[in-house]
Design a protein around this ligand. Structure first.
Ligand SMILES: [Fe+2]
Ligand SMILES: [Fe+2]
Length: 561
């Protein structure tokens, strides 16, 4: 499966040689930060849900094949650990193919370099289908540079895409975007999985923002509740190819990526389909990872390792995966890494904290540390396992999903005095301008497209937080029920009770006059079946560049009142 390491080493040398021979071109910046404003994003209605929103997108139009060979599909880009020099392009094919490869180029220069792709397969436990995926890893790229590529194999018609590498250090401003809980734009199979037209509409809405990259906060397509999980993944990647073939979409694994029976923790499809930065644990590849883009260190976590909630249970898979009981299949995987993820996280955070090149730490994860909705609720396991580390090492921003609405916190650090629930303590009360050297801003951006958004009736008035504190009896055959409680929510800075769907954009400026750095956030929201995503909320995170993290977080875990 990973038999091409020698070839990759050769490819890197070829890449460096080829790229060094190209003259630098003056590409205008794709991120127009100063003029982006707050205009609504009018998304062209490319197709109805019934007709399949993705098949008409320009990047997906298949030219006639040269033969009967299966065609590349589901193309998507990822960054490597260093976004300035590393990327990977992944795709799938409906059958095994010969000579899978990527041709890399620069606009105006054609495709000058050919890179062999690795084949990775898995067999879906529910249906017995084998899925073929291909991954071309690229290294030695130039910072802040636009690349074009096409992926192909023997007998196929090439499929094009592009991406831009990250700037080096503090050399450039850029935009990124984020949401979670997307699902798919139209039903597949028996229609058991969530689907809405908005799961289609949000893709061109994100694309219209021209982000450098996108953070996907878990619960990608909900294949674990479908009778046709492979077709669900195909729908998901086909729908998103309109953007994900043009810029990296970097995921975190949510509870619905756990497809019980597919590998020890159910993540085999997720792990096979993505090519993500190495985390040093082959058995948990892709479940958690980190990458640097500009002066931001992004850390992706898999929260099912620490969450109390039994969130991956699927009655359909329990009843229909062959050998479910005999195989010992169990979707409840709390504690599955035996502390390996937490140890890795602390090493990563310590390294970022002490790096002179990192000004911001952004965590992308799925389940949340705070929520004011009676939907899932926040999870005490996250507070116990992650928040002390976020405090100690000065995480600036957390983007999450799981709760299917939009909500954000003040900067939080420590816990409310005397709180047995570890309720995070706000460190400021300005909801428009926040200094993240004081604490971590948490955002719930869970309106990607799921057909069950958090209802307005799920919010207490006045304002309570909702927390899962434990689970009741359960088994691989019966889901553990969540046991929840309510709590004060002084951490809550803003919540949207009315708008079911949306995403956030983040305009990052690495240094400003006066010695500060900032991220300006805008949340774009849309109604059900509306392709128009309008700006509904905006705020700024700003802090000093002078020792912002290292000094401010020395007393990180001190309890606050
Ligand atoms: Fe979800
Ligand atoms: Fe979820």
């Amino acid at each position: 499966m990973d038999a091409n390491n020698g070839g990759q080493a050769t490819d890197r040398t070829q890449a460096e040689t080829w790229l060094a021979g190209k003259s630098e071109q003056d590409y205008s910046r794709r991120q127009v930060l100063s003029t982006a404003g707050l205009a609504a994003v009018a998304v062209p209605l490319v197709a109805s849900a019934k007709s399949g929103a993705t098949r008409k997108a320009a990047s997906l139009v298949r030219r006639a094949g040269k033969s009967s060979a299966p065609q590349p599909e589901q193309v998507h880009v990822q960054y490597g650990a260093d976004a300035a020099s590393q990327a990977a392009v992944s795709w799938a094919a409906p059958a095994g193919v010969a000579r899978p490869r990527l041709r890399l180029g620069r606009p105006g220069h054609g495709h000058g370099l050919e890179v062999h792709a690795q084949e990775r397969t898995y067999t879906e436990a529910l249906t017995g289908e084998t899925v073929w995926t291909y991954h071309a890893s690229l290294d030695g790229l130039r910072p802040d540079t636009q690349y074009i590529f096409e992926v192909t194999h023997e007998g196929a018609t090439p499929v094009p895409g592009m991406f831009r590498t990250g700037p080096s250090g503090r050399s450039g401003a850029f935009r990124f975007t984020s949401f979670g809980d997307q699902a798919i734009p139209a039903p597949v199979g028996m229609g058991l999985g969530p689907n809405t037209p908005n799961a289609g509409f949000i893709v061109p809405a994100v694309e219209s923002q021209d982000p450098l990259f996108h953070l996907f906060n878990g619960d990608l397509c909900y294949a674990n509740v479908s009778d046709q999980p492979v077709a669900t993944w195909t729908s998901f990647f086909t729908n998103n190819q309109r953007s994900a073939a043009n810029r990296p979409w970097m995921p975190s694994a949510g509870n619905h990526e756990n497809e019980v029976g597919n590998g020890p923790q159910g993540y085999l499809a997720y792990q096979t389909r993505f090519e993500l930065p190495d985390n040093g644990s082959p058995e948990f590849r892709g479940n958690w990872y980190a990458f640097t883009v500009g002066s931001i260190r992004v850390i992706s976590l898999n929260n099912d390792d620490v969450c109390l909630q039994d969130g991956a249970f699927s009655g359909f898979r329990r009843d229909n995966v062959p050998g479910y009981t005999a195989n010992g299949d169990n979707p409840y995987i709390n504690g599955y890494s035996s502390g390996a993820q937490r140890a890795w996280l602390e090493r990563e955070l310590a390294r970022a904290q002490h790096s002179g090149d990192i000004d911001w730490i952004v965590v992308c994860m799925h389940q949340v540390a705070m929520s004011s909705a009676h939907f899932n609720g926040a999870d005490l396991g996250i507070r116990q396992n992650w928040l002390p580390l976020f405090d100690k090492y000065g995480v600036d921003l957390v983007v999450a999903g799981h709760e299917h609405h939009f909500e954000r916190s003040f900067p939080v650090r420590g816990v409310l005095s005397g709180s047995s629930l570890l309720t995070p303590a706000p460190q400021s009360s300005d909801s428009a301008l926040m200094d993240t050297s004081l604490g971590t801003v948490h955002m719930i951006i869970g309106g990607g497209g799921h057909s069950t958004p958090t209802p307005a009736s799920g919010f207490d008035m006045p304002h309570d937080g909702v927390l899962i504190t434990s689970v009741g009896p359960g088994s691989p055959l019966a889901q553990h029920p969540s046991i929840t409680t309510t709590e004060p929510a002084p951490w809550s800075a803003y919540r949207d009770l009315q708008t079911p769907y949306g995403f956030a954009s983040f305009d990052f400026v690495p240094h400003e006059p006066g010695g500060t750095t900032s991220i300006t956030v805008t949340h774009y929201g849309a109604a059900l079946r509306s392709p128009v995503y309008a700006p509904l909320d905006t705020f700024v995170m700003r802090k000093s560049l002078n020792g912002s993290r290292r000094e401010a977080h020395t007393a990180g875990a001190t309890a606050a009142s």
